[in-house]
Design a binder for this molecule. Structure first.
Ligand code: ADP
Ligand code: MG
Length: 238
């Protein structure tokens, strides 16, 4: 399960409206990409969905239940950030296991889940290594592993690849798409990179100045942009 419905969701910071009332339906299992220029409200949208930021007005439903007042830990959502903090003194196994340790899960379950996550992310050979001994891409995979072990029905990524070099970003895009096929859960991926949006998304939501300009498949946006902004944004990958 992982069906999200936003109805007239808006966000004010003080007297400034940063998200105008927005309706969106994100279907179970979809890989949705929020794309738009810096400052348009992508992170704020994601943080409201995760429960890290209050929703000023409107309703957010997950699987038919209004979750506006539910804390992040009870939404069945995991979030991976651009700057991910791994524990330098713990090895890869313990870094991935961390959320399960916090929940005091039995050792056998911890082992099984960490092994499964490591296999998906090709980290099996690295479980005994410390973060300092890993490449940037491997460290990012550990951060994703830590999110996977909790088996969320919704996965949120906020520009997770923007600190990686171009070659690694390409590899990670492919890996995230594979991960999505394997887990078949709902993923919302935020980026300001049009190429990432076009290549990874089932559905793209184009944001601009706190509003949805258009939402559709990559082909729909490319061939039938709703307005000049979308045409320019999707058409010019710079
Ligand atoms: P994006 O992720 O698309 O770059 P953000 O969601 O971070 O954009 O920000 C959207 C707008 O909201 C920006 O104008 C930003 O300055 C403002 N904003 C974000 N967080 C806060 C905050 N905690 N307090 C006040 N304004 C904020
Ligand atoms: Mg952001």
């Amino acid at each position: 399960m992982g069906d999200l419905k936003l109805t007239a969701v808006a966000k004010d910071f003080g007297t400034v409206r940063v998200i105008h009332p927005t309706d969106l339906h994100i279907r179970d299992g979809e890989f949705t990409v929020f794309v738009g220029p810096s400052g348009c409200g992508k992170s704020t949208m994601l943080r409201m969905i995760a429960g890290l930021e209050d929703i000023t007005s409107g309703t957010l439903e997950i699987d038919g239940r209004v979750v506006n007042d539910l804390p992040p830990s009870r939404r069945g959502i995991a979030m991976v950030f651009q700057s991910y903090a791994l524990y330098p003194h713990m090895d890869v196994f313990e870094n991935i296991a961390f959320p399960l340790r916090v929940e005091r899960r039995p050792e056998a379950e911890v082992r099984q889940k960490v092994q499964a996550a490591a296999e998906v992310l090709k980290l099996t050979e690295r479980l005994k290594h410390k973060p300092g001994e890993l490449s940037g891409g491997q460290r990012q995979r550990v951060a994703i592993g830590r999110a996977i072990v909790r088996e969320p029905s919704v996965f949120l990524f906020d520009e997770p690849l923007s600190n990686l070099d171009a070659a690694l970003r390409g590899d990670m895009r492919v890996e995230l798409s594979r991960l999505h096929m394997r887990l078949a859960n709902t993923m919302i991926y935020v980026t300001h990179d049009q190429v990432e949006a076009m290549t990874m998304a089932d559905r793209i939501v184009v944001l601009n100045a706190g509003r949805v300009e258009q939402s559709g498949t990559p082909l729909e946006l490319f061939h039938r942009p709703a307005n000049r902004f979308v045409a320019g944004f999707i058409g010019n990958p710079n």
